[in-house]
Write a protein that binds this ligand. Structure first.
Ligand SMILES: *Cc1c(COP(=O)(O)O)cnc(C)c1O
Length: 390
């Protein structure tokens, strides 16, 4: 039986050929393909100012610099950035790396998106930005999010790493709002091998990002170069950009296929969920277009009723040739943030998800039969290990 990986890209012959042509051309690092890819991404997002980077993590670091968040201005209290405890490590890492303070709030148990009631309560005089993650591609409540940001004059840096192709009320995530950062890691809905992008609030901000991603260099009229800001080295190669251009052409069709696979997951697992005590992701039934680009299909295991651990479940699935992921650990319980005083019990939803979640296989290269096999294997693996409720 073939191995069903839990995530992964589609690379076909024509994409490989395009990359080969790029390798054989004289442009390897950033050049015309980067410009063309940025133009295409911008067009996909309603013409917004767009720049590409080596990763979403790099894009977010640059975004914080653009917003002037971090480096203590005037020796006052440090800038505070509010984010969810249920997100990928890169968010907390970049907030800390730029010298700001991470203020965690909990997520909603069902959508896994940031709890906006808690965001409002966490705002202080030092709050500078909100960083919400569109979990697995399901947009946050954008109207409410931006109402809060506007009321308190906060920047929003949307962690849209999982949300390329997602939309809110028919507008693409990244096509409106403040800053949005995307990832093209191979596990996302399209790939440039490694890579990321950001949509900025203005062309002026995008121009500043261009310098920040390449040593802070600006060109002088006499043909020499100057550095006015200490920039990093986050520029995408033309080889990656060429792959990105090919991938972007297929994105919408792939996302339609993901939706079909997800509908089959729901149709198959819904009748089993009660007897297996599984928690399925939101929305419970994706009938109409809810703007979800479905990067991941995450369920919660009934660990209280199981005589096996999550690790044993994952190993057993793996032994049946089915890949399983975990997204995510609770960010506030990492050694980094425990060192800053965080403890168990602060964010019950994020902590429960971190304990119980598993990601079932979902990618555009899968078939309906693969979904059937994954679901049947989940049931086979869980059933013998379910205890009666205590
Ligand atoms: C993948 C991911 C990132 C980081 O993306 P990179 O391109 O690998 O830096 C950030 N946030 C979330 C939610 C992600 O899933």
């Amino acid at each position: 039986m073939n191995y069903i990986k839990f995530a992964g890209p589609i690379i076909d012959e024509s994409m490989a050929e395009a990359v080969k042509q790029q390798l054989l051309s004289h442009w390897l690092t950033s050049g015309p393909q980067v410009q063309a890819f940025e133009k295409a991404l911008s067009a996909y997002h309603g013409g917004r100012p767009t720049r590409v980077f080596t990763s979403a993590t790099a894009a977010m670091e640059v975004a914080f610099h653009i917003c002037g968040i971090g480096a203590a201005g005037g020796g006052g209290a440090s800038d505070e950035v509010i984010t969810s405890a249920m997100t990928f490590f890169s968010v907390g890492n970049m907030i800390e790396k730029v010298g700001a303070k991470t203020v965690f709030v909990d997520c909603d148990l069902k959508t896994r998106n940031i709890d906006l009631d808690q965001v409002e309560r966490a705002i202080t005089a030092n709050t500078r930005a909100i960083v919400p993650t569109h979990f697995s591609g399901l947009p946050c409540e954008m109207d409410r999010l931006y109402a809060i940001a506007q009321k308190h004059k906060l920047r929003v840096i949307e962690d849209a790493a999982l949300a390329i192709g997602s939309s809110w009320k028919s507008a693409k995530i990244g096509a409106f709002g403040d800053i949005a950062t995307f990832s093209f890691h191979p596990n996302k809905n399209m790939t440039t091998i490694e890579g990321g992008a950001a949509m900025f609030a203005s062309e002026a901000e995008a121009k500043r990002a261009e310098a920040l991603r390449f040593h802070g260099i600006s060109r002088l009229p006499d043909g020499t170069r100057d550095v006015a800001v200490a920039g990093g080295k986050f520029n995408m190669s033309d080889v990656s950009a060429r792959l990105g251009l090919e991938q972007l052409r297929h994105l919408d069709a792939w996302n339609v296929h993901r939706r079909t696979l997800v509908q089959h997951y729901f149709a198959t697992l819904k009748p089993l969920a009660a007897s297996l005590h599984l928690d399925l992701p939101a929305p419970a039934w994706p009938g109409e277009d809810d703007g979800h680009s479905w990067n991941m299909f995450c369920i919660l295991l009934p660990l209280q009723r199981l005589s096996i651990t999550r690790k044993q479940f994952m190993d057993m699935m793996h032994a049946q040739n089915i890949g399983i992921g975990v997204s995510y650990e609770a960010m506030h319980l990492t050694t980094l943030f425990r060192g800053k005083g965080h403890r168990e019990g602060e964010f019950p939803n994020a902590e429960r998800i971190a304990r119980e979640t598993v990601t079932l296989p979902l990618h555009a290269g899968m078939s309906i039969a693969d979904v059937d096999r994954a679901c049947a294997t989940v049931a086979e693996v869980l059933r013998p290990h379910l205890r009666k409720a205590a």
